[in-house]
Design a protein around this ligand. Structure first.
Ligand code: ADP
Ligand code: MG
Length: 376
């Protein structure tokens, strides 16, 4: 898994069955700075995109294969023991139907053939496009996993994944009621702190915590049309970016960068909290996952808005926040090879649930007749 934050490749080794899942090993695999830049560059419209995408697709395939190999080395597990790799791929463009795109599409790269070739393990990839083909948003896809992993009879739970973009799943007892993107997760915070301080992220939200929220800027950001959309919705970094923020800042000349960071944190928390408070059913417990769970300042802002509901992280349910998304795609790949639906139409707005992704076979089984091609 590599999300919109481009922070690292998250690799998890999980044991999955019809009875549940259990993490066996995890590994955070670094993304070389050159590749990170190439991903950021191609995520914006620019020149020579096909050539650049073709090269990057292969490079990311190699990187994801390296991450799998390093994980298996670390775990001491041979590749032949692995049933399937689920590779989300790197999203480089997301144009969902909810954004008013007449022909919607979503694009994740990181050549799965390269992963299957390098590892010898059957690889499932390209999970989102089947849902888009069925009229859905293609996102978020984690809610079905959130329901399988975290739902409990008799309690209403919200699971909030705060990656670059944030999404929420609403679980009423054991059923998945709905799920959708709430808006920005860490992305605006990351972009602003990087722009002003050269840091990849605001550790623990310490910089934002010391700033003052500007009500005028906050009110302007809250006018974003995405936040008024009803029903299935998803978004990406192409919607919440610094150019948009710059437009919101027009004329607000006396604001210092730290106050802007505080306002971005408040805005992000507000988008998430509104999504939960606007739920058709009261939510008793909220479990946060994704890197944003480690942003103490953001968690405090959420807590203030969501009390008296209980706010904590998925670690309390036995899955550390940083591995939930990776586990979700391992689970989705397992579903695909078992011919089980992975998407939830009540989340994505698709015509129905679908078996997701493409299957890229791993090593050919050795032995006589394994690859008999002759016609009979
Ligand atoms: N200690 C921390 N303090 C603040 N933010 C953090 C911390 N640890 C992780 N993050 C945030 O989490 C992000 C990565 O989250 P992740 O769930 O991997 O997102 P994505 O799925 O978009 O890759 C980082 O870019 C950063 O913003
Ligand atoms: Mg990440």
């Amino acid at each position: 898994m590599s999300g919109t934050s481009i922070d690292s490749v998250d690799a998890v080794l999980a044991h999955i069955s019809h009875h549940g899942h259990e993490l066996q090993a995890t590994l955070e695999h670094p993304i070389p700075p050159g590749l990170r830049q190439a991903i950021a560059d191609i995520s914006q419209p620019g020149n020579n995109e096909i050539e650049r995408m073709g090269v990057l697709d292969r490079q990311l395939g190699e990187l994801f294969a390296d991450a799998c190999t390093a994980l298996l080395d670390h775990a001491g597990v041979p590749a032949s023991d692995v049933f399937v790799i689920g590779s989300h791929g790197q999203t480089i463009r997301h144009r969902p139907p909810s954004g008013g795109n007449a022909i919607a599409y979503t694009l994740q790269i990181g050549d799965p053939s390269t992963i299957a070739e390098r590892t010898g393990i059957t690889t499932v990839a390209d999970f989102r496009r089947r849902d888009v083909a069925a009229g859905g948003e293609g996102a978020p896809l984690a809610p079905a996993f959130h329901a399988a992993a975290f739902a409990r009879a008799g309690v209403n739970r919200a699971v909030v994944n705060i990656g670059g973009i944030a999404n929420v799943s609403l679980l009423v007892g054991e059923t998945l009621l709905t799920g959708f993107d709430t808006g920005p997760g860490n992305t605006l915070l990351d972009q602003w702190v990087h722009h002003h301080r050269g840091e990849r992220y605001d550790r623990d939200g310490a910089w934002a915590a010391e700033g003052a929220v500007d009500p005028q800027l906050l009110a302007r950001m809250q006018q974003h049309p995405f936040l008024a959309q009803q029903g299935a919705r998803s978004t990406g970094k192409e919607t919440f970016h610094l150019n948009w923020l710059t437009r919101c800042l027009a004329g607000l000349t006396n604001l210092n960068p730290q106050d802007v960071q505080a306002t971005l944190a408040d805005f992000t928390a507000q988008c998430i909290a509104d999504s939960i408070l606007g739920s058709a059913v009261p939510v008793d417990e909220i479990y946060v996952c994704g890197g944003g769970a480690y942003n103490t300042d953001l968690m405090r802002r959420l807590y203030q808005r969501l009390a008296p509901a209980r706010l904590t992280t998925t670690a309390e349910l036995g899955l550390a926040p940083e591995w939930v998304e990776g586990a979700a795609f391992a689970w989705l790949a397992w579903r695909t090879l078992n011919n089980l639906n992975g998407s939830a139409a009540e989340v994505t707005g698709a015509a129905g649930a679908r078996v997701l992704g493409g299957i890229y076979p791993g090593a050919t089984r050795s032995g006589a007749g394994a690859t008999r091609l002759s016609a009979r």
